[in-house]
Ligand binder design. Structure first.
Ligand SMILES: [Zn+2]
Length: 299
């Protein structure tokens, strides 16, 4: 076949050429553009090569020897292009290999260093990106939490306002049970729902301090109950139809909290107002009608 025969001629010189000269050429020849000058072919390359048998230097061979022979040809092969120069050519080729190996070595070190530095930079970039992302996430989480907290506060305020208004239509002592909220920690005790929610929170703090719930001895008091209270307890009970108990925003406490000076009473004086509950001025020690047990929700 004509195709099979064609490559034989150019391929033949390639394997016979010194191995060292072929290997560095493709990688180390930084300026292959100088080889086309083919100075060696002009100065008699065919004889300078040890494999002179290959009279026709293939393009690959001339390219591989291009940069090296450019240096060696002048002192060695150029003056004496005799057949004996074959050994000289081999020596120069080895020297050139050594020379070629130096820049290759330098370049390898530089490349290695560059690669190391590059990977360090890449790692740092990844680290910085992660830090920035973490900060963004933290900021977003904080903003979301703040937003959620603000929303919860606003919602609670709106709910309590609605609960407060919802009983405005009823006269003192005439609030139906459906408009009141029963306390979870005191069966049967009812208050206006916003006052109930507030005392639930106060009770949680109280229980954490004393290990027991607030003892509610009285809460919402219907008009009928106020009449009964007045009849049985006299001036201790408010004039029927005027007590804050009839508005669902007052409680009477017991279990130690009904006396001035007890640990429970002192704690309530110091903490209840944070939850919207207070001992009215008239009920305080020295007030117009001291009642240590009577606490009211401030709306
Ligand atoms: Zn009371």
């Amino acid at each position: 076949m004509a195709v099979a025969g064609a490559p034989v001629a150019p391929a033949d010189p390639v394997p016979t050429s010194p191995a060292p000269t072929t290997s560095p050429a493709p990688t180390t020849s930084p300026v292959p553009t100088t080889s086309p000058a083919t100075t060696d072919t002009v100065t008699g390359t065919p004889t300078a090569q040890p494999t002179a048998g290959a009279a026709e230097p293939s393009p690959a061979e001339s390219a591989s020897t291009g940069p090296s022979t450019a240096l060696s040809a002048a002192p060695t092969s150029a003056p004496a292009p005799s057949p004996s120069s074959g050994s000289t050519g081999a020596t120069s080729a080895a020297a050139l290999d050594a020379l070629a190996a130096v820049p290759a070595q330098v370049e390898d070190d530089a490349t290695k260093q560059l690669r190391t530095t590059a990977s360090k930079v890449a790692a740092l970039v990844v680290e910085v990106i992660q830090v920035v992302r973490d900060q963004q996430s933290a900021t977003e989480a904080t903003a979301a939490a703040d937003s959620e907290a603000a929303r919860a506060v606003a919602e609670q305020a709106a709910t309590r306002a609605a609960q407060r208004v919802s009983v405005d239509q009823y006269a003192n002592g005439r609030i139906p049970a459906s408009a009141l909220c029963e306390l979870t920690f005191a069966a049967g005790a009812e208050l206006r729902c916003d006052a109930a929610a507030a005392i639930e929170q106060l009770n949680a703090a109280y229980r954490e301090k004393f290990g027991t719930d607030l003892a509610i001895s009285d809460s919402y008091r219907s008009y009928a109950s106020q009449v009964m209270c007045s009849r049985t307890k006299g001036s201790v009970c408010a004039q029927p139809g005027t007590s804050n108990h009839g508005l669902g925003k007052a409680v009477d406490l017991g279990a130690g909290a009904q006396w001035f000076g007890t640990a429970q009473h002192r704690w309530l004086l110091a903490n209840a107002e944070a939850y919207g509950w207070t001992l009215p001025t008239w009920a305080r020690a020295g007030g117009s009608k001291p009642e240590a047990w009577h606490w009211e929700y401030v709306d």
